[in-house]
Design a protein around this ligand. Structure first.
Ligand code: DGJ
Length: 737
């Protein structure tokens, strides 16, 4: 890993173990150009910027300055001065003009990575809450300015010793002496030649999150984004430019993952000259940020990954990056308690006795924690009331939380709780006392969703009140886990705390407030296990992983639906972060009946737990739970820390799914095979596993034969017809030493 500045060429080269990224300063004016991103090179192919070809740089041919601006591969493109591709920044200056363009001033290369304020961020010290500098990262800051406006930009880059990722963000500083507005600031922009790339994104809906979607990149702009105030069920803050024909293990892939949880834009634009410009950042829709003289604005980070080894290598790079440099929780490297959550078991209809019945049976089956979901507070007997009234409902839980938690602890289980801190029900004491605490546009009928409004956390008094509510609940008993939910998106963006010129700041300020609350949470309750959630997986993003090590993947717990949801999620995020539970059948979301064993195998790819009434499920299912909890203990450190390999995708073949993890030293591997649809008159299925040592011998658990890794990967192994739909099998391999 190194970052160098070549004085002669005025160029920067950022080298990770396997990749190079090259930037160069061109022309006397100091245009900052992008030359190359890809497989590691010894040389800098600066000729790729084509500055020696017509239209040439302005110092040689100012007559065609506009053409230069429109073709130059620019590192951080501005607006309104000839580059008609979408830029990375848009402003309104004090005179109302919108032109802006940054040229080079200076740079700094340093060991480590400086902290940024108020945002989730990658860090070099594994697991450190303070992100102190050390030797494991190197950073580059390029200082640039718009010479007319005296507006400065710091283009920030960080690479890590143990990763092929490149972290980027931008800071804008207003040194103009006048107030301006930012109407768009992207975190990263990348200009390259267009080479038959496809765009890979993740789309979805409630209960259908993160489905992989490929599309050709045509001329013009192709984008995904969110304007819902969260990363959303529908589109995901991720995109990849994938070389046509790339597979899991071959082909060039450029991944962009946004470390942010609010509105985003991920866009690729193919120009008239067959170049592509990729942009990623906070969505400019509805964004208008007043940057007063002397103030600065820091964008969230984008993690870029270049892989010359297909999608699989990209995924493994992201998994390691996020495990080693983003997730801070002490649980990151620990086995998570196997939990049982009462949501699908009881919904709102529970009381202390019911929960203790579940806890007692759970304990017998090897489950380690009871999580009490929605409905324990105010008068919340359905989802119409009480959000904001975080006082226990004594009718359901006589003796209060402390009594319940003590009883659960006596049974031998840990206790976890559900909260939805960002919300307020119109039918709540909180709303009756402070109707102005919800976002609202004066004079308009408020848009209810799940009969609730969103708290205006941009106001300090609302944030403080919310923090105190969370703190009071968590301090009132021995609560060791929090499921932080968020069940509606933002609308009616009006805040009484901001004046008219600042209403366009609400979306981002809201996300910053959520981060502030979660930062307080991890500092005040460092041993709490935090699982984020948003109506299932609408806020499953890299931003939230900075605060909690796991996120509820989806409200769809059906084992078959989960295959594609978990495949899309694992494209970027480590398995250790995917909240996955075994639930009852017929499945509450799709009505499908699957074998209990398959449900266990599929949930094993995530954090593992149960979401069912253990006192009521069929006895044969209940009897299988001790076996499943033992299975979790046997495999979970491998699942949590291993390298992920996708072998086959039900999404593509419609018959079966197969994926697995291989330990870092390749001495152990666990693959999961799910036969989604059985086929009559059909032989056993050939699958080629991956990630093993070619020369090592492996034993497949339950079989006599020992095979070389090479044989298993090249010739493959046979999985016999599992007789029936929705059947599954674990394939456990250990190296024979
Ligand atoms: C949505 C979550 O995804 C569910 O698991 C559950 O907690 C409900 N909210 C409760 O309202």
């Amino acid at each position: 890993m190194n970052i160098t500045f070549n004085e002669k060429n005025r160029s920067f080269k950022l080298d990770t173990e396997n990749t190079s990224y090259c930037i160069a300063i061109c022309d006397e004016e100091g245009f900052i150009g992008h030359a190359y991103y890809g497989t590691k090179l010894e040389e800098e192919p600066l000729y790729l910027m084509r500055t020696a070809e017509p239209p040439f740089v302005p110092s040689k041919n100012n007559r065609d300055r506009g053409s230069f601006m429109d073709t130059f591969p620019c590192e951080f493109p501005g607006n309104g001065l000839g580059d008609y591709r979408d830029g990375a920044i848009e402003i309104i200056d004090a005179e109302g003009h919108r032109a802006v363009n940054f040229t080079y001033d200076d740079f700094r290369i340093y060991d480590g990575k400086d902290k940024i304020d108020g945002l989730p961020q990658t860090f070099e010290n594994e697991g450190s809450l303070d992100g102190k500098s050390g030797a494991k990262a190197k950073s580059l800051e390029i200082y640039a300015s718009d010479k007319t406006l005296s507006l400065k930009a710091v283009l920030k880059y960080t690479i890590f010793e143990d990763s092929d990722a490149l972290i980027r963000s931008v800071k804008i500083l207003n040194e103009s002496g006048k107030d301006i507005f930012l109407t768009k600031v992207m975190s990263a922009s990348l200009d390259m030649d267009s080479e038959n790339f496809e765009l890979l994104t993740l789309h979805g809906s409630w209960a259908r999150e993160r489905q992989m979607d490929f599309r050709p990149i045509g001329y013009g702009k192709t984008s995904v984004g969110s304007v819902k105030g969260e990363s959303s069920h529908q589109e995901h803050p991720f995109m990849a430019l994938v070389e046509n024909g790339a597979t899991q293990e071959s082909g060039r892939v450029y991944g962009f993952s946004f470390i942010y949880s609010g509105n985003f834009l991920a866009q690729v634009e193919k120009s008239q000259f067959d170049s592509v410009r990729a942009l990623m950042g906070i969505s400019p829709i509805g964004f208008k940020w007043e940057l007063k003289a002397g103030e600065s604005f820091q964008t969230p980070e984008v993690a870029m990954v270049y892989s010359d080894g297909g999608l699989g290598k990209m995924s493994r790079t992201y998994h390691d990056l996020y495990r080693n440099h983003l997730i801070r929780s002490p649980y990151k490297d620990k086995e998570r308690p196997i939990l049982i959550n009462n949501w699908e078991a009881t919904y709102f209809d529970f009381n202390t006795e019911k929960l203790l019945d579940i806890a007692r049976q759970a304990k017998k089956s090897g489950i380690e924690m009871l999580v009490m979901d929605d409905g324990w507070f105010g008068v919340r007997n359905d989802d119409n009331t009480s959000l904001g009234d975080w006082n226990v409902n004594e009718k359901k839980l006589p003796g209060g939380l402390k009594h319940l938690v003590d009883e659960v602890n006596k049974i031998g289980l840990k206790f976890g709780i559900w909260m939805e801190p960002e919300m307020i029900s119109p039918d709540s004491d909180l709303y009756r006392a402070h109707p102005d605490w919800a976002f609202a546009v004066p004079g308009r009928v408020g848009t209810r969703s799940r009969n609730q409004y969103v708290l205006d956390l941009t106001r300090p008094e609302v944030l403080e009140h919310t923090w105190n509510s969370i703190k009071t609940v968590l301090s009132s008993a021995n609560i060791e886990y929090l499921k932080w939910d968020m069940n509606r998106q933002l609308t009616d963006l009006g805040s009484l705390g901001l004046d008219k010129d600042n209403q366009g700041e609400i979306f981002h300020r809201f996300v910053l407030a959520v981060y502030e609350l979660q930062e307080r949470l991890v500092n005040e309750f460092p041993n709490l296990l935090l699982e984020n959630c948003s109506g299932g997986g609408a806020r499953f993003d890299a931003g939230m992983l900075y605060y909690g090590p796991q996120i509820w993947c989806s409200d769809d717990t059906d084992a078959i639906e989960r295959l594609s949801i978990q495949e899309g999620t694992a494209l970027i995020y480590p398995l250790s972060s995917m909240g996955a539970h075994v639930s009852d059948c017929p499945n509450h979301t799709v009505g499908r009946v699957t074998p209990f064993e398959t449900r266990g195998h599929v949930a094993l790819a995530g954090t593992f737990g149960y979401e069912l009434d253990i006192t009521k499920i069929p006895e044969e299912d209940r009897n299988m739970i001790p076996e499943q909890t033992a299975m979790y203990h046997k495999y979970h450190s491998l699942v949590r820390s291993g390298d992920y390999y996708r072998i086959a995708s039900y999404r593509e073949n419609r018959y079966y799914d197969c994926y697995g993890v291989v330990s870092k030293d390749k001495s152990e591997a666990l693959f999961t095979f799910v036969q989604v649809v059985g086929r009559p008159n059909y032989h056993s299925r050939l699958i080629r596993l991956a990630g093993l040592k070619p020369d090592a011998k492996y034993r497949i658990e339950g079989e006599e034969t020992e095979l070389l890794g090479k044989t298993i990967m090249e010739a493959g192994i046979l999985v016999s017809n599992l007789w029936g739909d929705y059947r599954s099998k674990l394939i456990h391999l250990t190296e024979v030493v």
